[in-house]
Design a protein around this ligand. Structure first.
Ligand SMILES: Nc1nc2c(ncn2[C@@H]2O[C@H](COP(=O)(O)OP(=O)(O)OP(=O)(O)O)[C@@H](O)[C@H]2O)c(=O)[nH]1
Ligand SMILES: [Mg+2]
Ligand SMILES: [Zn+2]
Length: 299
């Protein structure tokens, strides 16, 4: 049976790309639809209503899997990634909680994350820069863009970073992810239109994750994803959370208790660092909020 690549996912409907670059509508065999964008799959053809349809028979083993949940259901949304670009902006002003959550999710999946501050042409970019200061200090890779105002500079900055790699774009709604995709992949917009038309049958979701090749040789790809509000982390074990906080990591193992949760325990290296402003109090507050969520809530 032939191999294929999942390039778009709409609930139980998928777009599959064949090895020679053809795009087909595909459905999973059986009830479960575990495939996500970036999955390599084995597929087969069936006849449905006189039309040939692709059926996803099985998934190939994944290199990694990026998860995220919302209140409604678990969404594991892209696999086999080389890196995540987390896009933030000053308009709308980014949420530090969402940024931290994306960083934790990428770290837990062992995927590199680069913070991209977009819209630096806007006057309040300076405020966003200040809020990103702790992230720069902890050594997060970071770059600044103005996709709309400086397209040529954006291309020059991103081309070397994206070449030959598979990159997932993440970020809140309105940060400029699709603008970036359309700049880098000028034909992307029309293709998105075609795909959603092809999938009108019974489905009316417009939020979907979609794969775009960056080059003719199909070596580099950029995955656009819907902007998020919720960013649940139920795949993360509460006990591992602190180790995914980059600024906490160097201090882990220095608390009095080996099972310290870094809440209010005596002789906690983390709360001490917070008191001495070596770790930002925002980061600690966000950590406690996520910890609480992982220990109590099951979405
Ligand atoms: N000022 C400014 N505006 C920008 C820039 N990049 C994108 N925008 C604008 O930001 C708005 C949102 O851009 P989109 O690309 O749709 O954002 P998105 O992240 O794809 O949003 P969702 O699809 O909802 O998740 C649009 O009005 C863009 O024109 C920029 O560099 N500077
Ligand atoms: Mg978009
Ligand atoms: Zn501690």
């Amino acid at each position: 049976m032939p191999n294929g690549l999942i390039v778009a996912a709409f609930g139980r409907h998928f777009i599959l790309e064949t090895e020679d670059g053809q795009r087909l509508q595909a459905h999973p065999r059986g009830k479960r639809s575990e495939a996500v964008v970036g999955d390599r799959v084995v597929w087969n053809t069936t006849q449905a209503g006189g039309e040939a349809q692709a059926v996803i028979e099985s998934l190939q083993p994944r290199r990694n899997l990026m998860h995220r949940q919302d209140m409604v259901r678990t969404k594991s949304f892209a696999a086999n990634l080389d890196q995540v670009l987390m896009m933030v902006a000053s308009q709308p002003m980014f949420s530090e909680s969402q940024l931290t959550r994306a960083m934790v999710a990428a770290h837990a999946a062992d995927i590199e994350l680069v913070i991209v501050l977009n819209k630096v042409d806007l006057p309040d970019a300076e405020l966003a820069r200040q809020r990103l200061q702790p992230y720069a200090a902890m050594g997060m890779p970071m770059l600044e863009l103005s996709v709309k105002a400086e397209p040529a500079a954006t291309l020059a900055q991103l081309t070397p970073l994206l070449q030959g790699r598979c990159t997932l774009l993440l970020g809140a709604s309105g940060t400029g992810k699709s603008s970036l995709v359309n700049l880098l992949v000028p034909q992307a917009q029309s293709r998105v239109g075609e795909l959603s038309q092809a999938l009108q049958a019974g489905k009316h979701t417009t939020t979907h994750t979609c794969w775009h090749w960056l080059d003719e040789g199909r070596t580099g790809a950029l995955i656009d994803s819907p902007g998020f509000q919720e960013f649940g982390l139920q795949q993360v074990a509460a006990a591992d959370l602190a180790s995914y906080m980059r600024d906490f990591r160097p201090l882990l193992g220095q608390c009095r208790f080996s099972n310290c949760q870094h809440r209010q325990e005596p002789d906690c290296a983390i709360t001490k660092a917070v008191a001495e402003s070596r770790i930002s109090s925002h980061r600690h507050r966000i950590y406690l909020e996520i910890l609480e969520e992982l220990q109590t809530r099951r979405w």
